[in-house]
Design a protein around this ligand. Structure first.
Ligand code: CP3
Length: 353
């Protein structure tokens, strides 16, 4: 089916667009009262993720309510370790928790390389959502980056330092590569299956990139990200975004892997990022989600400043991380509308007017 709005795909490929497209990380979630209502009907987060009809319903909500230029399939990066044999629980107000973690070669040997049908519920949610979207906007699929998935599989939960996961890299580097290899193979199968089910674009979330040193990122993260991009593109030439949160040091290296878009967080200077990454990639981001706590006047000023700093091409507007759940829906909508209504005027510095 032909897309009525393909701004985000064109921006990712470096084609000109009439305006800057926008979507938001965590756009389907607790900022929407409509999401909370669906969530109340369900037993919990996992049940929602595993029920394609509900995943589809909440995926569509931000498209209809906020008017964003893309949908992102409602799921979680942690479905993949589960498909490999490491189940997780989502504990209310605390976050993810794994009963078993990976410590030894024997633990790695027991892990299964995930195949497409291990995550059939996500693929079903994607097909259902594609049908329900009826070409309105593109659908984004996603997975965790291998390092971030490795971090959860070894640490067993979130952490400020991820010192268990990092200890693994320093003390058992060979085993670390074996585990990263298995995660990478699983992720390739998973993303190819998402694309076949209808995802128009995919994003790799490297949420814990910033706890690694530049050298560790080069050794334990980048080669695996590059392999995933290469392999997925062999099946279909879909745009791929890599978002390595807090990894300011990796921007230049990310420019050399076969992805199309690089996600920036708000700590990364826009002009400096453009210079480091060069014109061959589209940039995505990078507003601080906390800006949305401010008055509309402040949101307006900062948003225009961001848009002007990125310029009219090769930019997909977004936040620098997911929306915080206590953000007011009206502020989110105001941010999206400001971006959609903005027009570039040559030689005008909007942000200072
Ligand atoms: O709208 C969207 O962006 C799509 C849905 C989505 C979720 N998780 C739903 C979710 C996406 C893209 C993710 C990715 C994800 N999950 C990441 C990478 C992005 C990032 O935030 O860095 C990570 C690290 C996870 C793991 C995860 N899932 C954590 C740490 C938590 C708990 C913290 C929190 O925000 O609550 C989750 C839970 C989660 N995933 C929720 C949602 C909507 C909240 C659960 C709820 O609704 O009760």
């Amino acid at each position: 089916m032909k897309l009525q709005n393909d701004l985000i795909l064109r921006a990712a490929r470096g084609e000109k667009t009439e305006r800057t497209p926008v979507w938001l990380m965590r756009q389907a979630g607790r900022v929407l009262p409509e999401y909370r209502k669906v969530r109340e009907k369900m037993g919990g987060f996992k049940e929602l993720v595993e029920t394609p009809e509900f995943a589809c319903e909440v995926t569509l909500q931000p498209v209809d309510i906020l008017g964003v230029d893309a949908a992102i399939i409602f799921s979680d990066i942690l479905v993949l370790p589960e498909a490999m044999g490491l189940p997780y629980q989502m504990i209310e107000a605390k976050g993810p928790w794994f009963e078993k973690t990976i410590k030894t070669q024997a633990d790695i040997d027991k892990l299964h390389i995930a195949q497409a049908d291990d995550l059939q519920y996500v693929l079903d949610a994607i097909s259902l959502t594609k049908e329900a979207l009826a070409g309105k906007v593109p659908l984004i699929g996603f997975a965790g980056a291998p390092w971030t998935i490795f971090a959860y599989m070894t640490e067993g939960s979130g952490s400020k330092t991820f010192s268990v996961a990092k200890r693994f890299l320093y003390t058992q580097p060979k085993l670390a590569h074996a585990l990263l290899g298995k995660i990478t193979q699983s992720t390739i199968h998973y993303l190819i299956a998402q694309v076949k089910a209808g995802a128009d674009m995919v994003q790799l979330f490297d949420s814990w990139a910033g706890v690694l040193s530049p050298a560790q990122y080069k050794e334990f993260a980048l080669p695996y990200l590059a392999e995933i991009c290469r392999e997925v593109k062999k099946t279909k030439e879909v745009p791929i975004t890599v978002f390595a949160k807090d990894a300011f040091f990796a921007r230049k290296d990310l420019a050399a892997i076969p992805c199309d878009t690089i996600g920036l967080d708000w700590t990364m200077d826009i002009a400096e990022s453009k210079a480091l990454i060069g014109p061959g990639k589209t940039l995505q981001g990078n507003m601080d989600p906390c800006l949305l706590y401010a008055d509309e006047e402040v949101i307006y000023r900062e948003t225009l400043q961001m848009l002007n700093a990125f310029g009219p091409h090769r930019h997909i507007a977004n936040l620098g991380h997911g929306l915080y759940p206590d953000t007011e829906k009206s502020k989110v909508k105001f941010f999206v509308d400001t971006i959609k209504e903005f027009k570039f005027q040559s030689n005008t510095v909007h942000a200072q007017s």
